[in-house]
Design a protein. Structure first.
Length: 692
């Protein structure tokens, strides 16, 4: 690896040392967060910023609490995969109701620490005795009890085990919820801190997937339950455990029709709000549940003939005055909008991306009002629909809010900046100890073809116009993702690729996020055709506009869905693409998970032709271009069998290809794996395109 790749690897792609996981406490006076000590330190500590003084205090240091290396509980290790968390040390924490006490797990041990504004110096972290290795601890309102999961059972400290030994997993989120539906927790305290809402997850009907490390054949294989498209899902129930040993109450809704629980929360001690979805995610219901009797009633229903786009967090919701806030498409699908009691609140001129909270009597939203690569933070008056900007400059802006305090994060070509604004108008900047980004990259952004496809072009620094360049297509292309964005970190590695002598092109084909609902839903029941047709059309459009692009030498690389796109490109369009590196590619979506795949393609039993059309295995015999396949043998998201099945089909057809199988490597490619793979890809492309 060269200097840039070594720097990228040692800094976890320039993220170590950056503050993350912010949470407000003590009515906005405290801002809690996680951060390591610098750009090459992987161990996150727990910090708090006190707005009374502006001081930052480290409350818990993983090196002091657990000096030696220790394994993570399996449940936490897998959840870190689901949430794409690469940092080590303290992975997450949870606050008590007043926001003055935090609990966290470290290597399976439970700790609590208090920040009392009246006490001056913070208390030292205290270890809490538990029944076993701890996962996902959460304190009740006053911090007097902590709920946690150990060995798939729900416990409290003090108190002991509360879930029955019935063979189910209690207090956790199942794979589909954590990976695809945005719910990564499985238990919730009531506001008074006396009752617990808990998920019961029965995975007995699911198939098992196995992982063995071929580099260590002496070790036993590991397995877990996986919900494969068309097959059974986990059976998820919600139960309320009351105080003083009261009998548990099961919440009752039509779980046969609406099996997915995408959100749950206590609205008050006497009401729980649930968001549930049908299997194909065409109907999303917000339900009110009675924790005493378990009865539910429907508050709102959001429907779509294809699927309800899950990319609008914060909806559905009930406002303080009782009105129901839901997502909706404007007529013709030009914009993702908000609706109050079914009446559109926003129109075609704004793409709403998130409802971040309430500030005063106005909604705080993240939305796009200009190019899809940018995002603004806006106030929205729910009575009039009036919009006013809070952060409206170029770039990508995000916000968190609590008790009149705001945390604004802004990202553009200059870097990433965070500002905390208190309710009384003061400002603080949480310290960022991460590695400054090596490159200032301003991609050339263009919308091309009749579909207005967003594209980005990055050229080598110091490129001399008139010099022809081979092209590297570096796109993701799949639903639920946006590649062409003003967020600066994603362009660092593309600038490195450009400096190796490529014109690097990134294309957000139809099906990707944040252009419009119509643009996103164009991928319905057709991954391969829409993805590849748009990538080729956009590539040719850019070639006509930029004479330095040499379309006789086009390479393509990608990971996950981007790996699928890369393999698809050389298998079906060898006239356009001349070499491909396909990493962690889902080569047959019949073997990918239910919630993702069925949302877009339907059930394989009902639409076998859709799955067959999008499968790469039958194309193996036609391979005529160089193809490098890469897979991690510990990938629990896109299992290595996807890549190995395609490799086997290529071998059976006598088609030469290269296979790089990485023992112990997961879907996230942490610890410098991505950078090592990039170095190998560069060698591969130089050889196959005749650039060496």
């Amino acid at each position: 690896m060269d200097d840039f790749l070594r720097l990228s690897a040692s800094t976890a792609r320039f993220t170590y040392g950056a503050p993350r996981a912010f949470a407000f406490g003590d009515e906005g006076r405290l801002l809690w967060f996680l951060r390591s000590t610098g750009p090459t330190d992987s161990l996150d500590s727990l910090w708090v910023l006190d707005t009374a003084t502006g001081s930052e205090t480290r409350l818990a240091d993983p090196r002091e609490l657990s000096p030696g290396p220790a394994p993570l509980p399996v449940a936490e290790r897998r959840l870190r995969e689901r949430t794409r968390l690469v940092a080590a040390g303290i992975g997450s924490y949870a606050l008590s109701g007043d926001g003055r006490r935090a609990v966290f797990a470290l290597h399976g041990r439970l700790y609590e620490v208090t920040r009392d504004a009246e006490a001056g110096q913070p208390a030292q972290p205290k270890e809490v005795p538990t029944a076993g290795p701890v996962f996902d601890p959460r304190p009740n309102a006053d911090g007097s009890r902590v709920a946690y999961v150990a060995d798939d059972a729900l416990h409290t400290a003090p108190g002991g085990r509360i879930s029955p030994a019935d063979g189910a997993r209690w207090g956790i989120s199942e794979f589909a919820a954590a990976e695809e539906l945005g719910r990564d927790r499985g238990h919730w305290w009531s506001p008074d801190g006396r009752s617990l809402l808990a998920a019961r997850v029965d995975e007995s009907a699911l198939q098992r997937r196995w992982f063995a490390d071929p580099a260590h054949p002496e070790l036993p294989a590991e397995d877990f339950a996986y919900p494969e498209a068309g097959g059974p899902n986990a059976d998820v129930q919600l139960w309320v455990f009351g105080p003083d040993g009261d009998p548990a109450v099961r919440l009752d809704w039509d779980a046969q029709t609406y099996p997915y629980v995408s959100d749950a929360s206590w609205e008050s001690d006497s009401e729980i709000l649930l968001t549930v979805q049908d299997r194909l995610q065409r109907n999303v219901l917000l339900l009110s549940a009675d924790p005493a009797g378990g009865h539910t009633r429907e508050l709102s229903r959001t429907t779509h003939p294809q699927w309800v786009d899950p990319m609008l967090p914060g909806t559905p919701a009930r406002l303080a005055d009782g009105r129901m806030l839901t997502c909706a498409d404007t007529p013709g699908g030009a914009a993702r909008a908000l609706a109050l009691d079914g009446v559109l609140l926003t129109g075609d001129g704004i793409q709403v991306r998130k409802v971040a909270g309430v500030h005063g009597n106005r909604l705080l939203i993240e939305a796009g009002r200009r190019d899809p690569s940018e995002q603004q933070v806006l106030f929205l008056d729910p009575d009039t629909g009036e919009l006013s900007p809070l952060a409206d400059g170029p770039g990508v802006h995000c916000v968190q809010a609590s008790a009149g305090a705001l945390l604004l994060t802004s990202a553009d070509a200059e870097g990433i900046r965070r500002v905390l604004r208190t309710a009384d108008g003061r400002e603080f900047v949480p310290g960022d100890l991460s590695q400054p980004l090596p490159y200032r990259v301003v991609p050339a952004l263009e919308r091309v073809t009749e579909h207005g496809i967003p594209t980005a072009l990055v050229l080598p620094r110091g490129h001399v116009p008139g010099t022809r360049l081979p092209v590297l297509l570096d796109s993701y292309g799949g639903p639920g993702m946006q590649d062409v964005s003003a967020e600066p970190r994603r362009w660092q590695h593309r600038q490195w690729w450009a400096d190796q002598g490529f014109a690097v092109i990134t294309i957000d084909n139809r099906g990707t996020s944040y252009v419009s609902p119509k643009f996103t839903h164009a991928m319905y029941r057709g991954f391969s055709d829409v993805t590849l047709d748009d990538q080729v059309a956009a590539l040719h459009a850019l070639g006509e506009r930029h004479g330095d692009l040499d379309l006789t030498r086009v390479a393509i690389r990608g990971w996950s869905y981007g790996g699928y796109l890369s393999a698809l490109a050389v298998l079906r369009r060898p006239d356009v693409f001349h070499a491909a590196a396909a990493g962690a590619a889902p080569t047959d979506f019949r073997h990918y998970d239910t919630a993702y795949t069925e949302r877009y393609l339907g059930l394989p039993q009902e639409h076998p032709e859709v799955y067959e059309r999008d499968c790469l295995i039958p194309d193996a015999a036609g391979l005529s271009r160089p193809l490098l396949l890469v897979t991690g043998l510990a990938d629990d998201n896109v299992h290595a069998s996807h890549t190995l099945r395609l490799s086997q089909a290529l071998y059976d057809a006598g088609r030469p290809h290269q296979l790089l199988a990485l023992p112990g490597v997961t879907h996230m490619t942490p610890g410098g794996v991505r950078e090592k793979v990039m170095a190998l890809e560069l060698e591969f492309f130089r050889k196959e395109l005749g650039l060496a």
